[in-house]
Write a protein that binds this ligand. Sequence first.
Ligand SMILES: [Zn+2]
Length: 768
Amino acid sequence: MKLNKEKKTELRGRPQIVATNKLFYFLLGLCGIIAVGAWLFLRYSAYPQFDKLQEQQYSIRIYDRDGEIIQITSLEDGMRREYTPLENIPVEVQKIFILSEDRRFYLHNGVDYFAALNAFSQNYSSKRIVRGASTIPMQLAKICEADSELTFRRKLSNMYNAYRIEARLSKKKILELYLNSVPFGMNACGVTTAARSFFGKELNQLTTEEILCLSVIPRRPASYNPVNNPKECAEMAALIAEKTNYINCDFEQIYAVAQTAFNYHYPFYMPHYISWLKKSQPELFQNYELHLPCSLKVQRESESFLRDALEQATNSRIYNGALLLLDNNDGSVLAWIGNADWFDSKNSGQIDGVLTKNQPGSSMKPFLYALAFDTLDDNGQPLYYPSKIIPDIPQEFGNTNIYIPGNFNNRFNGPVRTRIALASSLNIPAVSILNELGVNFYLEKLYELGFESLKKNGKEADLGLALGAGEVSLYELTRAFSVFVRDGKDFSGNQIYSPDAARLICSILSDKGARSLGFGYSQTFQTDYPSIFKTGTSNQYQNITALGATNHYTIGVWMGNFKGQTVIGKTGSSLPAWIAKSTLDYLEKNNSSAGKNDSAVSFKEPEGWTKKKICSLSGLAATDDCPASVYEYVKNDFDLPECTWHKHIGTGKGKSSNEIQVTYPAEYQQWVRQNKISTIINYNSSPLELLTPKNGSVFFASNVKAIEQAIPVELIGGSTDVLSYTYDKHPSQTVSRPFVFKLPVEKGRHKCVFVCGEEKVTVEFVVK
Ligand SMILES: [Zn+2]
């Protein structure tokens, strides 16, 4: 009370009568000193609770690119409190709240004695507190306090603190802080949040009646909540309206509006994306509003595709799915589904499938092939190119780890063009490319592409990297996949692959014909616009991944289950691709129907390459003898030799197909024999090579059926058609082509020497 008196002294201390008397000046000076001292005390005395209020957290309004609300974040205590600067709070809202709560707000200095006396007498006569007469600064002082007990002592303390607040802030700032902090119950603080919570409106959309209803709620939120008590609310609001002549609303009008109040359901879209943003880019959440480039329209559309797919796949143990859709211009996220349902705790709905790490399987292969296209041999020519033939035959790779990778279709295709090997996702060609390039060289490229996860488990995966054995996230995978439709550039502008390598990959991954070896002529990837797709299935728990891209968008879809259970059957295997395609269909259709003249254009042609007619079997320049030919990109400065595999034989003048003799290179000998392909093997082209047994092999002899057991031997190449061999101390023997025979099984260490012309190969093995 003492301080209040001092404050009054300050108010009354202005000299109005000019006096000449010294005492008067002395007293005047004294009063001035006391007044200034009092003000300094009020202004600068420690008031940590108020400091805290001024630094309080606000909810963040997060909007999508169309201005639709994605989320209004709730604060740690479950409250929502949005901030609106005073200049954006409609004047009518300011006026009505002042009228309702503190009508002499602009006239007093913190405490309204007229109202206080009035209230005091009422309270005194009824022996309890029936009326607050709290001014707006007093209410702010009350908000600062943790407990909200109503005692005279607290009231006095609020009055003192109201002076302190008045000394610290301008009237405008006080009003702004009040309108943004005042509690309305229902976890809503501040007028902006109240407008939304009770009427589902933005502040500037409120009608006078609605503002009146809101203005009475803070008095007693439980009693005047218009949702529960529209009548009480309207009655009180009508009393406010009567206080002034500029509002022309009667009770009936207000009551009608109060009855329209409802509990607004706060949107909660893209929860996984928002939590990822909060962690990865916390600086975005410093403001009161956040405008994101994503699209809720697209998000909802792709969510419905994912839900449909999950419904079809429940019998396959596919319970989880994730999707990431990127804008190719800048990599901004258009849609991010971490899981089908955030609230589905049974299936770990809050785990974000975009960020979890899974084996991507074959969806990694394009990254390897692009690197192979960019790697040059000693002559400065690409080590690999679309027409190059890669053997798809059983092979062993590596020294310590032996891979015998089978194909998706469990079939070996013999000589295949690089284009077909990638488009049909054949395994052995991919492993042999990686074997040639080197695991570390490939890993460096993968790090450059942003596969941070592989820094942990990439080396371990070794040659299995070619088949997508290292674990990566859908986030990493989708971003990396976008480089192909971005001419080899990542979103930071780094040139990861040459533009031509990227364009060749686009040409291959959009090639419907080339896919057929692996996938048949599936409709899954058929689009009316240029698109590329790549799918992958992991070896172990069979997660299924699909990647797709057009010139505008890149999409990644993952399906499987977080429990790591093996997915049953193949029913689900095409679902991710279907989701990816359906989403791209939706986007590209909307692009063209919006008349943007922005529909996906064809992928660019590689600049240093020209389409030439090649033999579809040998990949060499097609001759008249080649029964089938295709057009394929050949590097401009590369002199493609003529096909030597097909020869027209016989004396007949006609060239029907049965007169064409096919001659395969020696390495296909075993494959040709196993597949009973009628052909000639070109033995003279290669050095003598032992295919089996490998040096240092260990065989385990069985005690049963000992007679039928034998060590299979197979050699290819060599300069003559006769091979002689010496097995341990047995007499030397000779065989003629093909060099395929068996050695008897005897336990112990063995040595065999093969001689063909000038060449000699020695092998040692053990039979246990
Ligand atoms: Zn040919």
